[in-house]
Every structure is written in C-alpha cells, then in structure tokens.
Unconditional design. Sequence first.
Lengths: 395, 290, 84
Amino acid sequence: MGKKIALDGNAAIAEGVRLSRPRFVAAYPITPQTPIVERVADFIASGELKAKYVATESEHSALTAVVGAAAAGIRSFTATAGAGLALMHEIVGVASGNRFPIVMGISNRALPSPWSLQTDHSDSMAERDMGWIQLYAENCQEALDFVIFGYRLGEIVRLPVMVCIDGFFLSHSVEGVNVPDQGLVDSFLPPYERGENFLDPEYPMTLNQLTSAVMFTEIKYQHKKAMDRALEEFPKVASEFEKTFGRFYSPVEAKDTDGADIVLVTLGSTSGTAKYVARNLRQQGKKIGTLKVTSFRPFPKKQVRETLLRAKTVAVIDRSWGLGSEGPLSLEVKGALYGHPSAPAVFNFVAGLGGRDLHEGTIEKIVSRVPDLGLAGTHQDSPEWIDLQEEKNDE
Amino acid sequence: MMSEMKKNLIAHGLSTCEGCAMEIIARNTLDVLGEKTIVLTPPSCSAILTGYGWETGWKVPGFQSNLENIAAYCTGISEAMKLQGKDDVNVVAFAGDGGTVDIGLQALSAAVERGHRFIYICYDNEAYMNTGIQRSGGTPMGAWTTTTPSGKSEGKKDIVAMLRAQGIPYIATASAGHIPDLREKIRKASRVDGPSYLHVMTPCSTGWRFKAKDTVTVARLAVDTGLWPLFEAVYGKVRITYKPKELKPLKEYLDLQGRFRNITSEQVEKIEEQIRKDLERLSREEDLSK
Amino acid sequence: MSTKHKTGIVAEGIADTKTGVWRAERPVVEKNKCVGCGICVQYCPVGAIEKGKPVKIDYVYCKGCGICVTTCPKEALSMEKENG
C-alpha cells in the first residue's frame, strides 16, 4: 500500500514527482520551493528517479527547457514560486497553448512589491487565465497526491497542471503523509504518450508558430474545450484514484453547507483552518459550513452554485489582492451564482497576504462580521481586508 | 524540381527578400546536416522559413521559440533526444544577432556553460531586421538604423570572444560569401558532443542599403578587408581558415552600403584600428595554438 | 484551414508561394560558357538552380536577385529584363 512518513509540503511534492517518473526536470532555486527541486535532484543522483536534471540559469529558461523536453516527447517537471512564476509568465501560455501536460509545483509566494518571502496567492492568481489546470492543496497529503493526479488528468486532456501549496504554511510544515508504493502509482499512471504534436525527424512537423486572425480563435477554442473537458474527466480520474489509493478528491469539498447560515469558501491551507473553526462553532450551535475549492481552474461553477444555493450567506476568503476590483475567488463565486433568484449574499474578505497567518481568530472575526454586513444589505462595494491592523495604518 | 542540394529540405517558395543571405545560409546548413535535424527559429527573419499558419518551410521538424530563449529550448530538446537514445539528431538554433547578443545572451551563455549538445548558428545581419531595421548590440559603429538615425556611436559586441572565454568546444566565424568554408564548419559543428557556435556574416540588402545582386560581393569584402576574419577555435586552438592574399581598404566595403553614408572619418579610423588589433591578436593566437 | 490538429498550431503543409512572379529581371545561362561547377547552385537563396552542364534555373521560384551572376567564375550567367 504505502508508508506513512513525516513530510513537509515541499518534500511531499518531491515524493509525488519521484513516483510519477518524469524523465526530465529543469528548475531554478527560489524560496520557498527550493527544497522540492533539491529533493528531486537527490532522487535523480541516487538513481531512485531515472531522469535528467538541468539547473537552468533562470525560471524562464527552466519552464522553456521543460516545454522543449515535452515537445520532444518526454514527461517533465518543474517547480517555482512568486517572482519565479512571474518570470515564467511568457512561457506559461506556450506550455498550455501547445497542450503539453507538464506538472509544475508552486509553493505560493507573494509577488512584489513590497517584497515578501512568504505566502499569498498573488503568484498563481496572475496565471489563472493562461489555460493551465490549477489545483490548491489543503495539506501535505494533497500536495503529494495532486502531482500524481495532475499527471494523469493532464495527460488525458493534454493540459499542464499547477499544484499549489501555501508557502511555509504547507511547504515547510511537517505532517504525516501516506507515500504509496511505486507499483501502485504505476498501475494508476501509465507511461507517457506523446500526443499529436511532437518533434521527431521520422514525422516532421513544425510547432508553435505564427498564425493569423483567420485561425487563432479556433485553435484557442480547442484549448477552451480541453479546459471544459478537464472538469468532466476529473470525477473519472478521482474514482480511479480512490480505487487505487483509497483517497477521494473532488473539484470542491463541501461540509455542513445545507441550510448553513454562513458558508466559508476557501483555497489552500486556509481550508483546514476554516473546517476546524466551523466544527467548533457548530458545537456552540452556530450553523457554519465550509466549501473548499480544490480545482480553481477549471472553476467548477455548477458544483459551487448547487452547494451555495442551499446556504443563507457566503463569506469568500481571498488570499490574494484583487486590486482594482475584488478577490478572484469571490468573483468566481459570484459569477457562479449570478442570475439565480435565490442566490445568497456573498461577502468578500481579503486576508493572509504576504504570509500573514490566516488563523482561527481571523476566521472567527469573519464569521462575526458577516451578520453586520448582511444587515447593511447584500451588496458590498469593496472587499473587506479583515486582518488589517488599524493602528498600523495611518489613514 | 531538384537542385544540387540533394536533400532539399527547405521549401522553395518563401517570402524572404530577394537575395536573402540568411536563406543561403539556411539551405546550405540543412544540406550539410540532413534529415535528422530539428530546427528552431526565434521571431526574426528566420521565422519566415518556419512559415505561417498550417504551412511551414521546413521539411524537418521545426519549432518557433521566443526571442530570448532559443538556447533554453535547445537544452530541453537536446536532452530529451539523448534520453530517447536519439543521439544522432542535430538540434539547431538559427537565430539573428538581436536574439543572440542582446535578449538571447543569457540563455545562450548558460546553455554553453552547461554543455548541452546543440548547434547554434547566428546569422548576423547586424540589426533587428525583421521588425524593420532597428539597432542591436551587433550593429557596427557608424551604421544607420531606424533607432540610430545618425549612425550608431557604440562599437559591435564581440559575442565570439565572449563565448570563447567560456571555453566552448567549437566556435567559428563564417560568411555567406564563403559557402564551402561555411559548409565545412557546419559539418565540424555537427560532430561536437557539446555546444558549437557559428557566427555568420549575413549581408542584408534591405537593411544595409545595397543592391541584392551585391550580397555575396559585400560578404566577401567584409572578409577581404580583414573586418570579418574567418577562423575556428577547436577546444580553444585557433586556426584561420581563409587568409586574403592582401587586405583591401575598408572603404571598399563601406562605400557599397547606404547605411554607412554618414559614417565619420573618426569612426572609420576606430574600426580600422580595431581590425589591425584583432588580426594581430588572432595571428598570435594561431601561432600559440600550433 | 482545418482544425484537424486539436492540440495547438501544427504545420505539416509545405509553403509554396510562386515567388517567380516577383521578378523584374531573370538570369539566363550561356550554355557553352557554363562548366557545371555548381557554385551558383550553392549561392542561390531560393535553391532554384539545378546542377548540370549547363545549370537549369527554376523560374517558378527565381526572384531575380542576380547573386548567381556575381558568383559565376566563368561569367556564364547574365540578367535580362522580364517580358511584359
């Protein structure tokens, strides 16, 4: 079956990589993901993972080299965080537009400015419309599992996958993780097949080139269809995953949401904290439910809508800035509920930026704030930065 | 229609300018390397060979890189070929001066440092030609471009010296006016189990302002004036591959090109001084290599 | 145009613009001067010259750049105006 080992999120991702047998890894160090690629380099050096490791001179070149290897017909991997992901941005669309099923580990780190080493989701949110599947892990088990799951799902629909873990809160926090046996993973994840587009002198073709307005939309539409298909394939892959490993995943995870007074919608490690707080408050008689979003892209609109229609109010917690508008998760939730006559009120809270701990106190504060907002009406002009420390702000 | 270029691996009907020296280099490159070749081009003049929409000019596998990372794509593709036991597949980057000495410098220098097996051919037409003749680090002193309308004041970046300093296994200068020399160097480059680099003088009638028919004449004058010495360095050992019987005056080369119409006499002197220094040093390096 | 390839832009068709129509003048071979050395073949940018004694020029693609004329060691090629 497997062994239960104490691993932090970075190590868990690295184990997921080892088990998924990519043959090419290219990476560049950046806090807080560096231990992922260091551990993978160790696996390769010891022979546990038979692959070529290239330490590129930047993240831009790392993703580029990985795309090159994928184009040449090989399963490949990279990892990054924060500004490193931002530097890769130009290639993010190349990877997805050419439909190479790469998996990339991301230890979420706030983008500058100001500079931070610590977590928020501004890095992966900046990539949200680039056509990658984006999975957010709640804990270290998911960190490991989503790498394997990501390769399987990605290779079916031919899309690359970002596996996101909160920097430091998950990447550097140790939990007990079940590490499956290689044989079990091999039975779930078949050897890589190169798809329809590849570089091989036996079958010459030219890839990734210039197009005109006559064809761009249609090619991008194929990409859109693949994203839609990823949502359809997710439960099938999840079912196979459960049969093999005994753990079940879904694009969203709803707990005690039916008839709830407030449902907390969260991404990443906050989900664990939210569930903990909700459980305690229910013991005090408060009807609090949680909706954890695992697949942020493609966004599971239908499931989100069906779940939240059964709740009275919704509090969406965004761990990213949403400047000029509101938090991206809140926009998605509102979009999913739009137009439904009995849609609940949705309130957006921004918290946990730049590594600020999104702890029980913050969530309890959100829960107590919601009724006040509800009394003021169902409309909120701007998200509430709930963990802002008033005294430190001169305004 | 078959040409002497027996393998004929590039389509005939491409929208390059008439008399395009880059195309001469490309055809000879593929003729030497053959079918087991993967070609990469950045957005640049060579991208015209890579084609448009559902059509391509390459009869071998091709890939469009970004402008700054062609050497990083070569890294991934080359290693993937190796991993699949396809060691005999040539991976060729066919990039201009802009994508090599400016924006492409980091990726190239790093890929050379890491020692991957690929052939990098820089067709140096001394400006960003495909976007309409803008100045690059490869533009020579005194040359007109749209972004140096009164002539470039700085000298030309010496990428060959930079890569030699990194200890690249094989590096050579070449010219679109000396095709047999170029072909031999491509052949040698293809046998290196590591990175190799060719820097090729590529006169551009459109950007340098001369008649297309004079393309080869200009390329040969660059060599015959000593401005573009033809040499190779094999693991650092220098060999000059073509020695002009006597050096022609630089003026003959400059006068043919409209882009040098406003070059000052001081600039010409500076270039001539640089030619003297470089030729002397090259000659000494060749002696030391014997 | 087809979206036969459902995974990004993939080109398998070979470009075939009849660039011969661009010409203002065309190269002409003087048969008795050509020694079949093949030098012009290597210098033709569009690869429109076929080796032989004399060489044969593919006017479907020849753009009339005139480089072949300048590289011929025997002055066997010259440029003539295109008719019409």
